[in-house]
Ligand binder design. Structure first.
Ligand code: CA
Length: 519
């Protein structure tokens, strides 16, 4: 009887209609500058993130996920288009995203998905391809953020990470039509600079000092000038804007903060938008820190360590809010019976330096900024506890979500669907090397020289160019901290030749003709 019913359904086409109405939902949570080292699924040294970990534990964790250009806007453009920066046109943060081009949300929408984009957008032009969008202006504010809802600017009282999650849940609850599957982007500002935590997390880590990374006092020996000439040292962070001190006079805002021509007006500018209660809570926590600083006057190495602790504790407190809010979203989906028919992805637009090499920020092709946390939960395809060491890229998201929705990705998308990796974490013929290209120099922030390169499971080859012509080669197995540049060493010559051939092959494959034209 059952077989007869099934064959009737198949012949009548009713099953395909059934399949269509149960197409999976997509919830894509992306934060800004969240390093793997600050997710306990990857590393338990710094912080406990139970909710993000849950996605990986009940689904899969990618241990080798990378971005193709480690900076905010470009990463977002790659996500939307599934194309490298030189193809989608958004090379650095001066760019403006061409919203007329093909993006995967547009394709999903044309195929019956309800699409919504909430939170940080940062692509200079208005979002396209979404039924509903409500985005932070530029980098966004941590407190009482201004958002542009479909063209209208509204200020919403509250902490940005909570506010964005509130709008996301409200969108699922009230806006989306029940007869359509949905694709929801939840893009947080956190934990982007200048790391202003929510009051409820102020005292987190007050009872302990965080461990110092082994390369906090790196001297960059053996590496190219690119490593020593950057402007992203924690030592140069601003005392007001970054360290949250109440300065006695603006002249105390010393250091470069990553851009010599721009000096913020301390932390006061950020506090102006707070409510009276928010401001009081802020002062109650940060005034005593300010007083202690002026009393103790740390200098030299002690000042470096003090800055590292100040920076990282606020960073991690912002991550704590992110994790709380991932939990709220998971709870909502679970409570409404949508958890298991939704692919939930948690990732970041790139990694971040948490003191490695003495740095904050990103941009470099070194591991802390190249790699991203990436966990996915999707019971229909992913068995709980799956681990993948495959080189997955942010370039792959567009093809992956189309594939999950049953749509064949267009041939001009340059990524690969991650779906074949979902069952076991492995897939035959998966890429053995990934290609990277960073552009934002000499303009912009942090003075990281232009470079491209490739990474395999074990090695990394980088070419810095423009006002420099220097190569670096790392053996990640022997030197995971990337302090021993092997380029030019006799015993690495054959390997270098092989990697350069592979680099050229990748540049041809991805049609990076500008890079190919370089020696
Ligand atoms: Ca970012």
């Amino acid at each position: 009887m059952l077989i007869r019913l099934l064959s009737f359904l198949l012949c009548s086409g009713a099953l395909s209609i059934f399949a269509q109405t149960t197409r999976p939902n997509i919830v894509f949570i992306m934060t800004d500058d969240h390093a793997r080292a600050a997710v306990s699924a990857y590393d338990t040294t710094l912080i406990h993130t139970p909710n993000i970990d849950r996605i990986g534990r009940e689904g899969m964790i990618f241990r080798n996920a990378c971005v193709t250009n480690s900076i905010c806007g470009p990463s977002r453009a790659v996500l939307l288009t599934g194309k490298y920066s030189h193809i989608n046109g958004f090379r650095d943060n001066r760019s403006r995203f061409d919203g007329a081009q093909q993006t995967f949300p547009k394709i999903l929408r044309a195929n019956g998905y309800y699409t919504a984009m909430i939170g940080k957008w940062h692509l200079a032009t208005e979002p396209t391809g979404f039924d509903y969008w409500n985005v932070l202006i530029g980098q966004g504010e941590y407190y009482n953020p201004d958002l542009i809802e479909m063209g209208d600017t509204v200020r919403i009282e509250g902490y940005a990470t909570d506010v964005v999650t509130d709008i996301a849940i409200e969108t699922l609850e009230k806006r989306r039509p029940r007869n359509q599957p949905f694709c929801l982007f939840v893009h947080q500002k956190a934990p982007h600079r200048n790391w202003m935590p929510d009051a409820k997390h102020f005292s987190l880590f007050d009872d302990r000092e965080l461990p110092l990374p082994p390369t906090l006092f790196d001297d960059y020996a053996g590496r190219s000038r690119a490593a020593s000439e950057q402007d992203m040292r924690i030592d140069d962070m601003w005392l007001g804007h970054d360290m949250k001190l109440f300065l006695r006079e603006p002249a105390e805002e010393t250091g470069t903060g990553g851009k010599k021509s721009w000096t913020p007006m301390g932390i006061e500018a950020n506090l102006k938008r707070m409510t009276e209660a928010q401001r009081q809570a802020w002062e109650a926590y940060y005034r005593p820190i300010t007083e202690a600083f002026y009393r103790d006057k740390p200098e030299g190495r002690a000042l470096s360590i003090w800055k590292y602790q100040r920076y990282l504790k606020d960073y991690l407190r912002c991550v704590a809010s992110v994790d709380d809010n991932v939990g709220r979203l998971l709870d909502y989906l679970e409570k409404t019976g949508q958890l298991d028919n939704t692919i939930i992805v948690y990732t970041s637009d790139q990694g971040f330096f948490l003191g490695e090499h003495g740095w904050y920020d990103k941009r470099f092709m070194y591991e802390p900024s190249l790699t991203i946390p990436l966990v996915m939960r999707f019971p229909p395809k992913i068995p709980a506890g799956t681990v993948s060491d495959a080189l997955a890229l942010n370039l792959d998201f567009a093809s992956t979500f189309l594939d999950v929705a049953g749509i064949t990705p267009p041939a001009d998308m340059q990524g690969q669907s991650l779906v074949p990796l979902m069952r076991t974490g492995k897939a035959k013929g998966w890429r053995k090397s990934m290609y990277y290209h960073y552009y934002e120099y000499p303009y912009g922030w942090h003075d990281v020289k232009k470079h491209y390169g490739l990474r395999t499971q074990r090695y990394k080859l980088i070419h810095f160019y423009n006002d420099i012509d220097a190569w670096e080669l790392y053996d990640l197995k022997r030197d995971p901290g990337e302090t021993e540049n092997r380029y030019g060493q006799r015993k690495y010559r054959r390997l270098t030749k092989k990697l350069k051939r592979e680099l050229l092959r990748l540049q041809m494959q991805y049609r990076d003709t500008e890079a190919m034209a370089r020696p």
